[in-house]
Design a protein. Sequence first.
Length: 207
Amino acid sequence: SSSSPSSPIALATLAVLLAAVCLLHAGGGAAAEELCVDYYDDTCPGAYKIVQRVLVQAQRSDPRIFASLMRLHFHDCFVQGCDASLLLDTFDGMETEKDATPNKGSARGYNVVDAAKAALEAACPGVVSCADILAIAAEISVELSGGPGWGVLLGRLDGFTSNFQEAGNLPGPFDGLPLLKQKFVNLGLDNTDLVALSGKQTSRAHK
């Protein structure tokens, strides 16, 4: 039988896919081979626990925040790599990924990412990138939702450009199957990935 997006099987699949997307699209000028799980062990050893505390607190008032953060990370990685470019605000009238139809008015969790960044800045100023915060938050969200944890590869640099046009190519709930397949192929993913990630995309994550 099929599993819902929040079932253990679906979450396990999603965990693997999110990790794979991170590897395929390291982003931010960091090659996949340069990423490592212990990147902040010396410079900010409490980074993971700090983000975890922020997420646990946020979930108390917003039960859907974990799903929203998973979606936020996927949407960031889908466009020019996992570089936190989705977090950039409009500047000088130039539209950003936030303004693209798949994100505008539906992407949630920015405030939680901001809170995690503020907590990390208080503990380790200028050390942890926003791109890595998104990656850590996605892993913690899967784990706290009942899915498996994995060693998050860290060391991404934040991007300084946002691609509004490419963000318009994110998988949408009204895309036909051939179009969805092509979008996933372009990202280096296959039909199995399409089913798992689209299931999360069309869940309550973006309500």
